[in-house]
Design a binder for this molecule. Structure first.
Ligand code: FAD
Length: 300
């Protein structure tokens, strides 16, 4: 029930718009790296000091106007430039709806192409994040078209989808992020209970580790991570074939520990004024994250 409540709140456009006018509030500053590029570069430098790389996401939702999509594209181009100028270890994650997928496919394609082309100049990877299933076919079409011209593109496969194994096989030649899946999807396309999702997640992780190009395993689930550690050991899969990813601000001790143990580790670093929807989805995923809110409110 709490999950549905927070997913509902994350989609509330009035609250999303209102939150943009305020700085990071309600504890969001624990999980959002900053509102500006400068602040975000400092957060990345801090991660890099611990041997952790970053994938940077310029937060933004409900983009239905061309000017907003263009503004988001320009901001992402600026992030790429800043990563290069500061020589930090980081790459880009982007959500297609932020750069126009809900406006026009070709407009979005050209925006993403510009981003991927600029990143390619600096040998920087661009991950095209996967949103809800209503955007999936168009997102995969973007990935197909761009990967025909550029090597620095990859995407995300969600283990809750019945079709995840087919997708993993189709995209085995790419650097791929594997996740459980963050959205509420209907039972005809997605597993609904945790044990089924976890089983499918392990199945696609193992398959991609054995057959794929480079596997990003994005989870906070220690059981899954322990399973991966054991699996790579048993199959002599070397550390350069995979990385573990977690979100900024979550399980910090575990992030540092895994990096210290010598695993490639990458933190997903969201930043920007449009933090509200992202923060509500994190609360939906794990209501215990509400402690971030309570600490913030009561420490005042
Ligand atoms: P869960 O199933 O949420 O948790 C499993 C167990 O892990 C919990 O029961 C608990 O014991 C432990 N645990 C989890 N979190 C914590 C915590 N904070 N502290 C202590 N213990 C904890 N989804 C998409 O749909 N598209 C994307 O493009 C996408 N990109 C992502 C990128 C990254 C880097 C990450 C980390 C996630 C991404 N996701 C994405 C979200 C993902 O799909 C899941 O919704 C999200 O990660 C929650 O699932 P989980 O695997 O972390 O484990």
């Amino acid at each position: 029930m709490l999950r549905d409540l927070f997913i509902g709140l994350s989609k509330n456009q009035l609250l999303n718009a209102a939150a943009k006018n305020y700085g990071l509030k309600l504890g969001a500053q624990n999980v959002v790296a900053g509102t500006t590029i400068e602040e975000t570069i400092e957060s990345i430098k801090e991660l890099n000091r611990f041997g952790i790389s970053a994938t940077v996401d310029n937060l933004g939702e409900f983009v239905f106007k061309e000017e907003e999509a263009t503004e988001a594209k320009l901001q992402i181009l600026n992030v790429i430039q800043a990563i290069h100028d500061h020589q930090v270890d980081a790459h880009i994650s982007l959500k297609p709806t932020q750069v126009g997928l809900d406006i026009d496919f070709d407009f979005c394609l050209e925006n993403v192409r510009e981003i991927v082309a600029k990143a390619a100049q600096y040998d920087m990877f661009v991950n095209i994040d996967m949103e809800d299933s209503s955007h999936m076919d168009a997102t995969l079409k973007l990935v197909d078209l761009l990967s025909a011209d550029y090597e620095n593109v990859g995407t995300v496969i969600q283990a809750y989808l019945h079709d995840a194994q087919n997708q993993v096989e189709k995209y085995q030649h790419m650097r791929i992020r594997l996740v459980k899946g963050a959205y509420k999807e209907p039972a005809d396309i997605a597993y609904q209970n945790k044990s089924e999702i976890d089983a499918n997640y392990i199945r696609i992780i193992e398959w991609h580790l054995l057959n794929g190009k480079f596997t990003s395993i994005a989870t906070h689930d220690h059981d899954i991570i322990n399973h991966v550690k054991q699996f790579v050991k048993e199959h002599s899969i070397t550390n350069d074939k995979f990385e573990i990813q977690m979100l900024y601000g979550f399980r910090r001790d575990m992030q540092l520990q895994l990096a210290k143990e010598g695993y490639n580790f990458c933190t997903y670093v969201p930043f920007g004024k449009d933090w509200y929807g992202y923060f509500m989805r994190r609360l939906a995923e794990r209501p215990q994250n509400l402690t971030l809110v309570f600490k913030q409110v009561f420490n005042k």
